[in-house]
Design a protein around this ligand. Structure first.
Ligand code: NG6
Ligand code: CA
Length: 505
């Protein structure tokens, strides 16, 4: 046999058993700080999100959909790796100069799907660190997404309230002029460096706590930077950038299969949506950012339709943690809240292990396959790895994806299909924990999390128990106000044992 043919044949054999044509494209669209009650398809009445609502109506909307942590970095870590973040040290909120948290060699959704023939891209907020031991902003930014299974990336490196405001395109800062190097640090480069603290009167968006260091685009941030002026973006243009980059990447890979991880920065602070969205809601910039996120989703969907690949594209819409109102800027989120309930019926929000911290919008759509409806099955972003592996015939690693469960039949809405039978929820560093098993919820509360009463509108919530372990029955008490730990001692012990088993697995 001719050598080229042999090589081709071997290539096909090592491929998955499913022919590429049968593998759907997969798009995970993850919002930032979007709460359970922030979309009209989840009951919001003070704004409308027509594009997401349409996708939810055509797909499956989960009422027990979760992210695994109540802050960004640990949720994203576990989404991509299929392993709970508390199992690895240093997976809390990443600082501007933080190193790559997911080490090369770690199996991720991207690496799994790449092995079975998918083109893979990460577009949007990264916030999982770059480089080792720190990012080389003027050189090659690696390791990063390209070292853990993504073919391409176009990123906001951390979050936009942290410096620097530049795009990372594959291994480099985009449009960086070598004559104007980018410097990023934790202390002011000189005493004349303008900051939000000293030059507060020049700001277009004032800070309320933290966020008072280097100023860019009239907004002061966490951290300091100088240089890289030609590379800097405007906050207002981020949403459009993600749409533009995603659409052109999708178009280039329309013959599929492809996996796109699209991580919008909406609705994280600083909330500064494009001018055309500002003032669109009565909720202020927070509401306007939700509408911008909805428009982003709509644009992606439009592209899939134009390319005639919508039928064969599975979309997951989710969030990285629950809602927060004042997260460091005076953007009117508190004052303009009105009757809006960002966490829906739940207590707590971002930073909390009460349901509002991790129970978030979770929608699965695949027009050719998913039967429209609403599902009460438990599904979590940590399950996407095992579920996508099952879908595409990718082999899960022996020593990876430790907490990812294959809930594919539940995600596709198959009759009688079950979701997770248990779910661990963590805060930023896994100090406080939650465990949901069926209707029961155990909360291990080491320290008190100050939750803004206005987020959850359940002032009683944080007082719904004083001990280190609290027990709630979510069916009667979704807001976790009545601690049953003393009353249900047997159940409490059973839940504590289950939590211990997961922690020490
Ligand atoms: C906190 C920031 C908050 C936000 C959060 C990360 C202060 C006072 N607070 O430390 O504004 O940036 O980190 O959010 O600085 S996350 O969604 O990316 O996890
Ligand atoms: Ca977040």
């Amino acid at each position: 046999m001719f050598r080229p043919f042999l090589v081709l044949l071997l290539g096909l054999v090592s491929f998955s058993t499913l022919p590429a044509a049968e593998k759907p494209n997969i798009i995970v669209i993850i919002a930032d700080d979007l709460g359970y009650g922030d979309l009209s398809c989840y009951g919001a009445t003070e704004l409308t999100t027509p594009n997401i609502d349409k996708i939810a109506a055509e797909g499956l909307r989960f009422t027990s959909g979760y992210c695994s942590a109540s802050t960004c970095t640990p949720t994203r870590f576990s989404l991509l790796t299929g392993t709970y973040a508390f199992r690895q040290k240093g997976t809390g909120i990443a600082p501007p100069n933080g190193p790559a948290i997911i080490k090369p060699g770690t199996e991720t959704i991207a690496s799994l799907l790449k092995k079975v023939g998918y083109a893979t891209a990460a577009i949007g907020k990264w916030h999982l660190g770059l480089g080792d031991p720190k990012p080389d902003w003027n050189g090659e930014l690696k390791p990063g997404p390209l070292e853990i299974g993504f073919d391409h990336c176009h990123l906001l490196p951390t979050t936009n309230d942290r410096v620097p405001q530049v795009y990372v395109h594959d291994h480099r800062v985009l449009n960086l002029d070598p004559k104007d190097p980018l410097w990023v640090g934790d202390t002011a480069p000189d005493e004349n460096h303008p900051t939000g603290l000293k030059n507060r009167d020049t700001l277009k968006l004032d800070w309320s706590h933290g966020h008072n260091q280097t100023i860019h685009n009239g907004i002061s941030r966490i951290g300091f930077y100088t240089g890289g002026v030609a590379a800097r973006f405007r906050d207002e243009d981020l949403g459009d950038e993600w749409v533009k980059r995603s659409n052109s990447w999708i178009e280039a890979h329309k013959d599929g299969p492809f996996f796109l991880y699209l991580a919008s920065h909406d609705i994280h602070v600083p909330r500064m949506p494009h001018e055309r969205f500002q003032g669109k809601t009565k909720l202020g910039l927070r509401g306007d950012s939700i509408v911008e996120f909805d428009a982003t989703v709509g644009e992606i969907r439009k592209t899939l339709e134009r390319l005639k690949i919508a039928e064969n594209t599975l979309i997951v819409i989710c969030s990285d943690n629950g809602p927060v109102l004042d997260d460091g800027y005076k953007d009117g989120a508190v004052e303009k809240l009105g009757d809006h309930q960002p966490a829906g019926p739940f207590s707590g929000g971002k930073y909390s292990v009460l349901e509002g911290g991790t129970r978030t919008p979770f929608i699965v759509s695949w027009p050719g396959r998913v039967k429209p409806g609403v599902s009460d099955e438990v599904a979590c972003t940590v399950d996407l790895a095992a579920s996508f592996a099952a879908l595409t015939g990718a082999a899960l690693p022996e020593n990876g994806c430790l907490d990812s469960l294959n809930v594919l039949p539940a995600l596709l809405g198959e009759a009688g299909a079950k979701g997770r039978d248990h779910l661990l929820q963590q805060d930023n560093n896994g100090v406080n924990l939650g465990l949901r098993v069926g209707e029961w919820k155990l909360v291990k509360q080491k320290n008190q999390v100050k939750t803004q009463a206005t987020v959850s509108r359940k002032k009683a919530a944080e007082a719904g128990g004083k001990g280190p372990f609290r027990l709630y029955r979510l069916t009667d008490d979704p807001a976790e106000t009545k601690d049953l730990a003393a009353q249900e001692a047997g159940k409490l012990e059973e839940m504590k044992a289950k939590m211990e088993e997961i922690l020490t697995k």
